[in-house]
Write a protein that binds this ligand. Structure first.
Ligand code: ADP
Ligand code: AIR
Ligand code: ASP
Length: 281
């Protein structure tokens, strides 16, 4: 007789009501508990090629939330200011609300993706020097590549801000390349977003958004096996496993998340005030 296999007990967490602020392709933003804060909720939704391809990567939100939290904290430790405040649950983190600079900052160490295509070079070719490219963050236009001059001309960022962003981007690249190499992963390229934070009458550039297998190309250092969103973009299979593998090597995945026994229900209904409840009666 086959023995009945005991299923892991599912824990269901119902979140308190909160006000939705923005629904993006991979994340949702809710109003935070204090002024100037937001709750960043990581979804399992995946898109590629600026929304042309859509799908779901089971458990991605949990994994990306944890990976991004871990990397932001490590970057804060080396003096990179970030929007991250604290972890809330498996899919959500409390962040400082910033005014996003509408520029995607791409750092490349090896040729891959659109770069390999544009320059007709083989994927994996090492670049002589880490390279920064900028795109205007605009889905309908397909995030066109821009130079710093476009940013100044359109007023998207000032020369001082771009200097700061470039300096942070290179420091982040140095640090993350080493961190990933330590767990046998090659950091091929990645995308960063920065924002302006007004605190104590001072405007500051801080790292925002996320750093995860959605926003980085990560290859196993020995085998070259892809551990990032390219598995989804190129229909390579093993997408969930790849994301989990990165989290596992970073040591940020709990057993509960690994066996899928953790469910979060999001409640977006406005809280019923005492007055509203009385009125109903
Ligand atoms: P998209 O908007 O490209 O579909 P996401 O689904 O990742 O992307 O949505 C998250 C949105 O939140 C992005 O537009 C990003 O620029 C924005 N964002 C990230 N961090 C912050 C922050 N600290 N304050 C305000 N907006 C942020
Ligand atoms: N990226 C760019 N826009 C969105 C994302 N996530 C990231 C990719 C890749 C890097 O930026 O995930 O790591 C360069 O992308 P591409 O397509 O220009 O080669
Ligand atoms: N993040 C962009 C999109 O959702 C680009 C990409 O990742 O390919 O379409």
């Amino acid at each position: 007789m086959t023995k009945y296999m005991k299923q892991p007990k599912r824990k269901i967490f119902t979140m308190p009501p909160r006000k939705p602020i923005y629904e993006g392709k991979a994340k949702q933003l809710f109003e935070g508990p204090e002024a100037g804060t937001l709750i960043q909720h990581f979804k399992d939704d995946a898109t590629a090629f600026n929304n042309l391809k859509k799908g779901t990567i089971n458990g991605k939100g949990v994994v990306n939330n944890r990976i991004s939290e871990y990397l932001m904290v490590r970057l804060q430790e080396i003096g990179i200011p970030t929007h991250f405040i604290k972890s809330l649950n498996m899919r959500e983190q409390l962040i400082k609300a910033v005014q996003i600079v509408p520029i995607e900052v791409i750092v490349r160490n090896y040729a891959a993706g659109s770069f390999a295509k544009r320059f007709g070079v083989k994927e994996g070719k090492a670049l002589g020097h880490p390279l920064i490219e900028y795109c205007y963050k605009n889905d309908p236009l397909g995030d066109p590549f821009i130079t710093e001059e476009h940013a100044f001309a359109f007023g998207w960022a000032s020369p001082t801000e771009i200097d700061e962003i470039r300096m942070y981007a290179f420091r982040i690249n140095d640090f993350l390349s080493g961190l990933f190499m330590g767990i046998g992963i090659r950091l091929v390229d990645f995308k960063l977003e920065f924002g302006r934070l007004l605190e104590n009458d001072r405007e500051q550039i801080v790292l925002a958004d996320e750093i995860s297998p959605d926003t980085c190309r990560l290859w196993d250092a020995k085998t070259g096996h892809k551990l990032d969103k390219d598995r989804f973009r190129q229909d390579l299979g093993g997408v969930e496993d790849a994301y989990r593998e990165v989290a596992r090597r970073l040591g940020v995945l709990s057993q509960e998340a690994e066996n899928g026994s953790y469910v979060i229900q999001v409640n977006t209904k406005p809280a019923k005030t005492k007055a509203a409840k009385k009125k109903k009666k």
